[in-house]
Design a protein around this ligand. Structure first.
Ligand SMILES: Cc1cc2nc3c(=O)[nH]c(=O)nc-3n(C[C@H](O)[C@H](O)[C@H](O)COP(=O)(O)O)c2cc1C
Length: 325
C-alpha cells in the first residue's frame, strides 16, 4: 500500500510526523528520524517564555548598567541569541533533510514571537506550527476571551507569513468542535490535536508540588481517537492526530478516525526511533491485508459523519455500569 498523505498542504511519503520535542532540536537526530521513515518533522518549539527568561536573567543586574542603552542591548542580545540558534537549526535541517521541516513557536501573547515567525520563514521552514496555550484559570476571562486570543494570534501570523500555518491545541475549550471549525476557516493549513502539558503532582511528605510524569501513556490514545473521529469532518483543513500513540495499530486507528497524519513523541523516547519504521511497516501490511491501495481508501471510515456516531459521542457509562456486577 502507498503510504503517501498530506500535511500542511504538502505531500509527505509517510503519515508519521515527529512532533515537537527535545529529539527534534539537533540536526544529527533529525537525520536519524528521517532515516527511520518519518514523513515530516516539527522542530522543538522556541518558547516565548524561554526568550523572555533569558532576557530577564541577563537583566537582573540592571543597576550595573551605566547607560540605558547597554540594558537595551543586553535585552536584545538575549533575544537574538536564542533566535539565532533556532534559525541556524532550521537552515541546517533544511540543508540536511529531504522531508518537510516545520518550525514551532510556543506563544503566550500576541506580540513578541511575531518577528521570529518572519525569520523562520526566511530561514526556509516549510511551515510554522503555533503551540499556543493559556490555562483558562483566570476568573476574569470568559470562554470568548480565551478563544479571541487564539483567533487574534492566528490573524496576526496569517498576515505576517506566507508559508503554511499549523495550529496545535489542547482539549481545554468549552465548545471544542465549534472552535476548531472556526479557526480552521481562518487560513490555517493544519490543526494538530492535541498538545500535552507539564503535569504537576504533590509530594505529601514534603507538602510541596513536584513535576509529574513527562511522557504520555497508552490510555491517552482513547481521547485522541474520540476527538479525531469528531473533528476530522469538522475541521476545514488537514488534521494531525497525536497524544498517546504507543502502539503500531494506533496509527491505523487514527487514520480510520479521519486524521491525515499522526504525530508521535513519547513512544520515540521510550521505544526508540525504529518505532517509526515499525509503524510504517505495520500500516503497509495492514493496508495490503485489507486490499487498500492508498491511505485515502480508508481514511475517515470511522469518522463521525460516515459511521455510527454513538460509540464516540457516548460519554456516560450507564449501559456498562448496569452490566457490571
Ligand atoms: C519531552 C517532551 C518535550 C516536548 N516539547 C514540546 C515542545 O517544545 N513544543 C510542543 O509543541 N510540544 C512539545 N511536546 C508535546 C509533544 O509534541 C506531543 O504533543 C505530546 O507529547 C503528545 O504526543 P505523544 O503522546 O506522542 O507524546 C513535548 C513532549 C515531550 C514528551
Amino acid at each position: 500500500m502507498d503510504t503517501k498523505t498530506t500535511f500542511v498542504g504538502l505531500e509527505i511519503k509517510s503519515p508519521i510526523i515527529v512532533g515537537s520535542c527535545g529529539l527534534t532540536s539537533e540536526v544529527s537526530k533529525l537525520r536519524e528520524l528521517e532515516k527511520a521513515g518519518a514523513g515530516a518533522i516539527v522542530l522543538k518549539s522556541i518558547f516565548e517564555e524561554q526568550i523572555l527568561n533569558e532576557a530577564s536573567h541577563n537583566m537582573r543586574n540592571k543597576e550595573f548598567f551605566a547607560f540605558p542603552e547597554s540594558y537595551d542591548y543586553i535585552s536584545n542580545y538575549s533575544q537574538s541569541n536564542a533566535v539565532d540558534k533556532y534559525i541556524k537549526l532550521i537552515r541546517e535541517a533544511k540543508q540536511t533533510l529531504t522531508i518537510p521541516v516545520v518550525a514551532s513557536v510556543n506563544c503566550i501573547s500576541n506580540s513578541e514571537w511575531l518577528n521570529f515567525a518572519v525569520n523562520m520563514q526566511q530561514a526556509g521552514a516549510d511551515a510554522i506550527e503555533l503551540n499556543m496555550f493559556i490555562l483558562p484559570s483566570d476568573v476574569n476571562m470568559t470562554a470568548e476571551d480565551v478563544e479571541r486570543f487564539y483567533e487574534d494570534t492566528i490573524q496576526t501570523i496569517r498576515r505576517a507569513v506566507t508559508i503554511p500555518i499549523s495550529i496545535k491545541i489542547s482539549t481545554y475549550f468549552t465548545a471544542l468542535a465549534r472552535f476548531v471549525q472556526k479557526i480552521s476557516l481562518m487560513g490555517v493549513s493544519n490543526l494538530n490535536i492535541f498538545n500535552h502539558f507539564c503535569l504537576a503532582d504533590i509530594d505529601i511528605d514534603a507538602m510541596t508540588t513536584r513535576p509529574a510524569h513527562i511522557m504520555t501513556n497508552e490510555d491517552e490514545i482513547y481521547d485522541t481517537i474520540r476527538w479525531t473521529a469528531i473533528l476530522s469532518n469538522v475541521a476545514k483543513c488537514t488534521l494531525t492526530a497525536g497524544g498517546g500513540v504507543h502502539k503500531e495499530a494506533d496509527v491505523v486507528k487514527l487514520l480510520l478516525a479521519g486524521a491525515n497524519n499522526v504525530q508521535i513523541v513519547s513512544a520515540l523516547y521510550t521505544k526508540g526511533f525504529d518505532f517509526i519504521t515499525k509503524c510504517n511497516d505495520f500500516l503497509m501490511q495492514w493496508g495490503d491485508q485489507h486490499n487498500f491501495n492508498k491511505i485515502s481508501d480508508f481514511k475517515g471510515k470511522l469518522a463521525i459523519a460516515s459511521n455510527q456516531p454513538s460509540a464516540f459521542l457516548r460519554v456516560q457509562f450507564m449501559k456498562y455500569f448496569a452490566e457490571i456486577k
